[in-house]
Write a protein that binds this ligand. Structure first.
Ligand SMILES: [Zn+2]
Length: 397
């Protein structure tokens, strides 16, 4: 058995997450997106919670607790399991194990042994730069399984209780087997549905039904701007994904593709959320999924006096965020990032240009580590194969 050190004497952080302080609040509207309760569900980590249309916002930095770090015997490539066991003391406590190198084509598996009686934990796999490779919110029922796309001099396995969970003990089994086929990136189609829907279930929402999108759904102030807003939404999504092999179609141009597309529906209302996605689908395992952007939920942002193009960009950024979940991206703790958790940003951040640059993970995803969204999207979608339309420019690096 290769156990980590028990972590005696390690420092503890009392304040784990600083709360966001919002000044000059014009409108305070809770918004969120949530994953579905399906087989790919990854807990309640996707709960975008609060966003304010403030003219000036002072969002405190999220503190990262120290956690504990361990060096273990490198995991061999012959499938012989290494056991990691220990104790987590509070919700943002974590243990991190340096498990030796990994080679492209290695299949890494992190799971609870059969009949493990303990509580569930969150486990994550990181590369040498502490960038997230894969995550499982419940390895007892759904082991973390990941095939390395490239060599890494050091692979880390992390474990944490998960958000709003008390401390607990854990016993994990880590295996590494060489020689798996390296999954190739797959192009994807995103179909923007402005035509309405019925009997649609996404996340915790069941039997959603709404009519065609129009500017009047937001507020009467945008009643005459439907086409301009739809154009801005589509251009924003395409702009945000300009570097990757994602085709963006809309219901105004073509019927729904017969198979394998991510459908983003625009319409309806939620009193708590701007958008919802089926789940966080690692490396886009499921090519046919749904997300919704609740058009009417943008009504409170009328006070921002956005132009139709700006409102379209705001809605397009939310659509890009939900699509990011469907492509496997988790929340980060950086305000102007497309995958920002709502707690760390304002509506003004959403209304401006956002990006997929590498950022710290939101602590409910994992208390330490980074999300390199660009790398993950390259591995998932591959680089863009068709030239962009002339009116779409790629984001600056
Ligand atoms: Zn989200």
């Amino acid at each position: 058995m290769n156990g980590g050190r028990t972590g005696a004497g390690r420092a503890r952080s009392a304040a784990l997450i600083a709360t966001a302080a919002v000044a000059y609040v014009l409108t305070l509207v809770p918004i969120a997106c949530m994953p579905a309760a399906g087989p790919l569900e990854d807990d309640a980590l996707d709960a975008l919670t609060l966003m304010a249309a403030g003219a000036d916002t002072d969002t405190a930095a999220l503190a990262t607790p120290p956690g504990s770090h361990h060096q273990v015997t490198p995991v061999n490539a012959f499938g012989i399991p290494v056991i990691l066991t220990g104790q987590l003391d509070h919700e943002h406590d974590y243990q991190l194990y340096a498990c030796g190198p990994g080679d492209a084509g290695d299949r890494w598996i992190v799971e609870h042994p059969l009949l493990w009686p303990g509580d569930r934990v969150v486990v994550a796999l990181f590369d040498e730069n502490m960038c997230l490779l894969a995550r499982s919110g419940n390895p007892a029922s759904r082991p973390l399984v990941h095939v390395l796309r490239r060599d890494s001099p050091r692979i880390f396995v992390g474990v944490t209780p998960g958000c709003e969970q008390p401390g607990r003990s854990y016993l994990l089994q880590v295996r590494r087997s060489a020689g798996a086929a390296i999954p190739r990136p797959r192009p994807q189609v995103a179909w923007l549905n402005f035509a309405g829907t019925s009997n649609l279930s996404v996340g915790s929402y069941r039997h959603l039904a709404f009519g065609p999108f129009s500017g009047a759904l937001i507020t009467d102030a945008y009643a005459a701007d439907t086409d301009e807003i739809k154009t801005a939404i589509a251009q924003t999504v395409l702009h945000n994904y300009a570097a990757y092999d994602l085709a963006v179609l809309s219901s105004d141009e073509t019927p729904v593709p017969p198979a394998d597309c991510s459908i983003i529906h625009f319409g309806g209302i939620s009193d708590a959320q701007l958008g919802v996605a089926d789940n966080v689908d690692g490396y886009n395992a499921d090519l046919s999924q749904n997300a919704v952007v609740f058009a009417r939920s943008f009504a409170p942002y009328e006070t921002m006096h956005l132009t139709p193009a700006q409102m379209g960009q705001m809605i397009g950024n939310v659509a890009s965020h939900e699509l990011g979940h469907l492509l496997g991206l988790y929340h980060v703790a950086e305000a102007n990032n497309l995958m920002a958790e709502a707690e760390v940003c304002t509506a003004w951040d959403l209304a401006e240009e956002q990006h997929f640059q590498a950022a710290d993970l939101y602590p409910c995803v994992f208390p330490t580590g980074r999300l390199n969204a660009a790398r993950l999207l390259e591995d998932t979608l591959g680089p863009r194969s068709e030239p962009l339309p002339l009116d779409i420019r790629a984001p600056a690096d």
